[in-house]
Each structure stands twice: as C-alpha cells, then as structure tokens.
Write a protein that binds this ligand. Structure first.
Ligand code: NDP
Length: 258
C-alpha cells in the first residue's frame, strides 16, 4: 500500500547514532526509504552504519557538527550528490540540553544551545528547500520538545530553542505548502535515551526525574521507537493533509490538569 510506505523515498536524519535519531533512521529505512545520517563521532558512526548494512538497510552517513554553518552546507552538498539533487524527507533531530537557572546561563551557553538546536534546524531547512521541492513530495519533521510548549524549571534557553522551532514550523509550513513540502513538528516528553541517562547519573536529578514520571499520566518514560513511529507516519503519503502541526508525544503530560 503506497499510502503507508516510504518506498523509493530519500531522507536526511541528523543525529542518527543514538536515541531518538537512531530509532528514526531505522523506522524510515524499514519502510523502504534510503537514509543519510550524521553525528560528530566518526568511530561510532562507522560502527552503527556497519550494523545497519548487515540488517539490509540502505543507510549512509557522514560526520557533521550541525552547530557549524560550513559543516551544514557540506552535509547538504553530500546529500544532494548522493540523492541526485532531490530529497523527500528532512528530519531535524540532532539537539542537546543543559540544565541551569536562567541567571546562570553564559553567553556561550546561549549560543551553543541556540546554534545546536534551532539555527542548525532552520539553516538545514533553508539548504534542504531546493532539494525537497525538486523531489515533488517533501516533508520536514522537527524534533522539538514539550519543554517548548510548557514552562518547566531550569531549561529556559533549551525551551526557547524548541519554542522557536515550534513557531517556524507554522511559518515554513505556510510558505512551502505550495511547493508540496509539508512541515510538522514532534514534541516529545521524557524519552529513554543517552541524553536523559546523563541526567539520571546525577543523584539529585534522578529524584526529580522520578517525580516527573509519576506526574505523567502513563507513569513511565517513552521509548525512542514511540517517537519514530510518528515521524514515519508524518512522512507517509497518507499524512498528505497534515501541515504545520506541533504534536506532543508525551504519555499525556501536556494535557493533564491534575
Ligand atoms: P541523544 O543525546 O541520545 O542523541 C543525540 C544524537 O544527536 C546523537 O546521535 C548525537 O551524536 C547527535 N548529535 C548531538 N549533537 C550533535 C551535533 N552538534 N551535530 C551532529 N550530531 C549531534 O539525544 P536524544 O535522542 O534524547 O535527543 C534527540 C532530540 O530529541 C534532541 O533534539 C532533543 O532535544 C529531543 N528531545 C529529547 C527528549 C528526551 O527526553 N530524550 C525529550 C524531548 C526532546 P554525537 O553526540 O556523537 O554528535
């Protein structure tokens, strides 16, 4: 059924070696897409690409620090030559978090978080635009966060980077709908990845995390493949009328009133 397939499509997923990005690469490849991914660690990337090759997935990868403007340009050049100037799917997933009170963020922290999370995704969308348009059926999915939807403590700059993403989703969606490029965003809640694992290693944060989970209606963290399934759906032809949405994948956290 072609409405529920990615057969013959091409995709770029940033940050595919771990966590949510890793699950997204596997999900898209399993539905038939040819995928390119990136991360900053050549060794880890090579190992993971080898594993995917042995599973029969059509996945390639190159090193790119998405916070670097020239490296982003180079990444899109690579993608363009791999996929013949056309791209069906761009998933802006690579991102990072930092926990501090607002009065403690330094100027470097601010540009690091905004550069890695927001500017990277914005610029890659700009760079990807001609390729997405040329494909005749393009889809951009941003991975934002519930932190960009609600106010949570100690994440103001991370929240701003994700909130900016949520807003440009609507702008790009309206500008590019006429080019047959759909733009949507997924805002996950706590997902079991190395990013969250880092916080768990800190005893004071572990306790906080437990409390957070207990306030989540489903009473558990999410798994990366509970996010990647929605990425695949948003890229299917079946999702052709879904444009400019920010969808929370959050075990009910953003809707609970008690
Ligand atoms: P992980 O830290 O587990 O994985 C991040 C991936 O992105 C790795 O492959 C990492 O590889 C890569 N990456 C990180 N920074 C860069 C960079 N500058 N350039 C290129 N690649 C990079 O994170 P998650 O899977 O948890 O997070 C993925 C996205 O989901 C992020 O945008 C995050 O904000 C968002 N999110 C996560 C939530 C969670 O609870 N886990 C909740 C809500 C949103 P390497 O470090 O080797 O470069």
């Amino acid at each position: 059924n072609r409405r529920w397939s990615l057969q013959g499509m091409t995709a770029l997923v940033t940050g595919g070696t771990r966590g949510i990005g890793h699950a997204i690469v596997e999900e898209l490849a399993a539905f038939g897409a040819t995928v390119h991914t990136c991360s900053r660690n050549q060794k880890e990337l090579d190992e993971i690409l080898q594993g995917w090759k042995s599973k029969g997935f059509k996945v390639s990868g190159s090193v790119c620090d998405v916070s670097s403007r020239p490296q982003r340009t180079q990444l899109m050049d690579t993608v363009s030559s791999l996929f013949d100037g056309k791209l069906n799917i761009l998933v802006n997933n690579a991102g990072t978090a930092m926990l501090k009170r607002t009065e403690e963020y330094t100027v470097e922290d601010v540009s690091f978080i905004m550069g890695t999370n927001f500017e990277s995704a914005y610029h890659l969308s700009q760079l990807g635009y001609p390729l997405l348009k040329a494909s005749g059926r393009g889809s951009i999915v941003f991975i934002s966060s519930v932190a960009g939807v609600l106010a949570l403590p100690n994440v103001s700059i991370y929240a701003a980077s994700k909130g900016a993403m949520n807003q440009v989703t609507r702008n790009l969606a309206c500008e590019w709908a006429e080019d047959n490029i759909r733009v949507n965003t997924i805002a996950p809640w706590v997902i079991n990845t190395s990013l969250v694992g880092k916080a768990r290693a800190d005893p004071s944060l572990e306790e906080k995390q437990k409390r957070t989970i207990s306030r989540t209606p489903i009473c558990r963290m999410g798994e990366p493949n509970e996010v990647s399934s929605l990425v695949a759906f948003l890229c299917f032809p079946a999702a052709s009328y879904i444009i400019g949405q920010v969808i929370c994948v959050d075990g009910g956290y953003s809707v609970t009133g008690f």
